[in-house]
Ligand binder design. Structure first.
Ligand code: AQP
Length: 370
């Protein structure tokens, strides 16, 4: 039997299959005490995929227009948990900012910065290394997947990554985190760390119990060559993913060659059960056209792939081409990107540093000067 986590024990067990965003106008437990604040981030660990766009960036932009304070980070310290060539890391960091802005993030409305420019992330990360338990870390499935049979040879940072991710979120006392399905377990760990810290140091509600926001039709965009695997930046073959910087021709080619089965599209969602590749393409279509998989099925019931795939490719090109064009324009002057990052880091520091000072005081660190 699965043992209850601290959050389960304090607040009751969570439904493990779905975490829906709270209904508008209804306050979550965290919101009752804390400012409604969104934090999320992406690793600059390679070219961005359609999965990063639909599961994260597009939703970051949508939330910016909601009534939240929004903080979006380029988590470069997470990227180096696996080897990164330094010049490539700098390029990928700036390119990710270009992607954020080209997709609609407004640095005047949202705080946009890179993690390594705000030292409070690493400092709180260390405290959380001392709060998180080995047993909790040992349950992290992403570490198991990423380390595979090579667990002895991967970095200590890869193992500790979820504690630093908890610090990324809680250094701003963020109440909401929009993420893809793959990050759900890490946000649950963040909740456990917050609850244990609040409980151990007897500071009820110091850290919020952050809500993961995993919603929309594309919370887990799958690999185009194997519908049972997630689409990832670092996947082995380029044909298994769509990159935000792919040309229109390449996007068309990738969807044309995407693995499917011989059956036409069904006339109900039920018919997609046990058809992971077909379901993935329908969900991508739904997310790109801002509709639901039901509506896509209603439009394409009985369609052969020869009709659906070109329609999907056209749709993807129409959405992604303007983003990649704007990304290349922004990348022509990286000094503007660096300025946005420096300004974002100053604004992020202004929120993070007083929270870190409080944490140091709570844990008993003597501070000569405040
Ligand atoms: N396939 C996906 N479908 C939906 N959401 C996804 N995300 C990533 N892949 C998908 C979401 O993107 C955000 C940033 O992820 P990340 O880059 O920090 O880490 P990741 O999840 O490990 O992404 P990758 O692409 O798989 O990177 P690599 O290959 O370098 O490890 C998160 O919100 C994530 O859920």
């Amino acid at each position: 039997m699965r043992s209850l986590s601290i959050v389960d024990a304090l607040f009751g067990p969570r439904d493990k299959t779905t975490i829906l965003p709270p209904m508008k106008g209804i306050k979550t437990m965290a919101e009752a005490v804390h400012t409604r604040r969104v934090f999320s981030g992406i690793k600059p660990s390679g070219g961005l995929t359609l999965g990063n766009y639909l599961g994260a960036i597009k939703r970051f932009v949508d939330m910016q227009n909601d009534d939240f304070e929004t903080i979006y980070c380029v988590v470069d310290m997470h990227a180096i948990t696996v080897w990164q060539d330094p010049a490539t890391l700098k390029f990928a960091t700036r390119e990710l900012v270009a992607a954020y802005i080209a997709s609609g993030l407004d640095p005047a409305k949202s705080i946009v910065f890179n993690q390594s420019q705000v030292p409070a992330h690493a400092e709180l990360g260390w405290i959380f290394n001392c709060v998180a338990r080995m047993g909790w870390m040992n349950r992290m499935t992403q570490f198991k997947e990423k380390s595979g049979k090579n667990a002895e040879a991967v970095s200590l940072g890869l193992y500790a990554y979820p504690a630093l991710m908890a610090a990324d979120i809680l250094i701003y006392k963020a109440t909401h985190v929009p993420v893809g399905e793959d990050q759900k377990q890490h946000v649950e760990l963040t909740r456990d760390i917050a609850a244990k810290f609040n409980n151990d140091f007897k500071v009820p509600d110091f850290f919020p119990i952050t809500e993961p926001m995993i919603d929309g039709p594309a919370t887990r965009v799958m690999n185009l060559r194997d519908g049972t695997k997630k689409m990832s930046k670092s996947g082995a073959s380029d044909m298994e993913r769509v990159n935000l910087t792919d040309s229109a021709e390449l996007i068309v080619k990738k969807f044309k060659k995407a693995k499917t089965d011989p059956e036409p599209l069904p006339d109900s969602l039920e018919g997609l059960k046990d058809r992971p590749e077909a379901r993935n393409l329908v969900e991508i279509y739904a997310a790109l056209s801002e509709t639901t998989p039901d509506a896509v099925i209603a439009e394409y019931a009985g369609a052969q792939w020869g009709r659906f795939k070109p329609a999907l490719a056209d749709l993807a090109v129409s959405k992604l081409e303007p983003i990649s064009t704007e990304m290349s324009r922004l990348m022509q002057d990286t000094s503007e990107i660096d300025r946005i990052l420096a300004d974002g880091a100053d604004r992020a520091n202004a929120i993070a540093q007083p929270i870190l000072n409080d944490v140091y005081d709570i844990v008993g660190f003597v501070r000569g000067r405040q």
